[in-house]
Design a protein around this ligand. Structure first.
Ligand code: F6P
Length: 325
């Protein structure tokens, strides 16, 4: 009779997000209570292929709840979608005695998770990406912290924009999703938001800035999602040429949005998801992601999660426009 205890492997994958560390901590400590061993996999799927493992006990995850980034480090691994590398990963897992995986990451990472589950590995996915584009959850780990970082930055830019009576074009991350830009537009009171979901012309942007100037505004903040159809530098040059009242400056927030100490909200979300993932995997669940629906945690099939993308709620886009008057 095989009486070996179940051993969980945990890894973080894709772009890092604030909240990965509290999530790892929750997995390790929830497992410890069930006398279940946890092995941390370094460097995402790449570390899984190469067998970069370290045992994680309750004391190894002390003092990380407030830290951004991930103590397990992370990688983007396009090649992991190839069968050959998945087979190597399964071989490494078997030789380390890992029985199931908890995978913390975004859409690409959840694709890798589903691929492993299809080959018989027990896998639970946890949504973690500042983009908030993951289907099956209201919000992913890291979004709240990133939003607060953006709000803080735009508030500061507004001070200098007003003093100089300038227009600021502020680029936010989000890949193909306008979520961060729309929310930033609402919570920071932007004059206009450019997102991948809606095509705009330079003339439309120029008109909005010109109208803001005529209405007596002392500044204009235009939030430009990185995936918007107009590129920020070309837009700035065009606005300066067109004479829209304000002169223009650009700020690209970049990877600052991914760093920093997770907010209380993200720590709570990460802790809840981590604990639930351990319960789920020990209960025999697999090939599912733990998502947040309202205030409840739900298990969503990974096949469904990776087949869809979470859209930005249209009413948020409308609200951003209404409040920009
Ligand atoms: O998916 C998170 C994200 O930060 C996106 O918003 C952005 O497009 C991308 O990752 C940047 O990736 P990298 O850190 O690999 O440049």
């Amino acid at each position: 009779m095989n009486d070996k205890q179940f051993t969980i492997g945990v890894l973080t994958s894709g772009g890092d997000a604030p909240g990965m560390n509290p999530c790892i901590r929750a997995v390790v400590r929830a497992a410890a209570v069930k006398s279940t061993e946890v092995i941390g996999v370094m460097n995402g799927f790449e570390g899984l292929v190469k067998g970069e493992f370290r045992t994680l006990g309750a004391r190894n995850v002390g003092g990380i709840i407030q830290r951004g980034g991930t103590i397990l480090h992370t990688r983007r691994s396009e090649r992991f979608l190839e069968k050959h590398f998945q087979r190597e990963a399964i071989r490494s897992m078997n030789s380390a005695g890992i029985d199931g995986l908890i995978i913390i990451g975004g859409e690409g990472s959840l694709k890798g998770a589903h691929a492993l589950a299809e080959q018989g590995i027990k896998v639970i996915g946890l949504p973690c990406s500042i983009d908030n584009d993951i289907w099956g959850t209201d919000i992913a780990i890291g979004v709240d912290t990133a939003m607060n970082t953006i709000a803080d930055a735009v508030d500061k830019l507004r001070d200098t924009a007003s003093s100089h009576e300038r227009a600021f074009l502020v680029e936010t991350m989000g890949r193909g999703s306008g979520y961060l830009a729309v929310l930033a537009g609402i919570v920071c009171g932007a004059e206009m938001i450019l997102i991948p979901e809606i095509t705009v012309t330079v003339q439309e942007v120029a008109r909005a800035v010109d109208e803001a100037y005529r209405r007596g505004k002392t500044h204009a903040i235009i939030v430009v999602a990185e995936g918007a159809n107009v590129k920020i530098s070309e837009l700035a040059a065009a606005l300066d040429e067109m004479d829209v009242g304000f002169s223009t400056r650009i700020t690209i927030l970049g990877h600052i949005q991914r760093g920093g100490s997770p907010t209380a909200y993200d720590r709570m979300l990460a802790s809840r998801l981590g604990v639930k993932a351990v319960e789920a995997i020990l209960a025999g669940e697999s090939d599912v992601m733990v998502g947040l629906h309202g205030s409840d945690l739900v298990l969503v099939p990974l096949a469904e999660v990776i087949a869809k993308t979470r859209p930005v709620r249209p009413e948020y886009i409308d609200m951003a426009r209404t409040l920009a008057r």
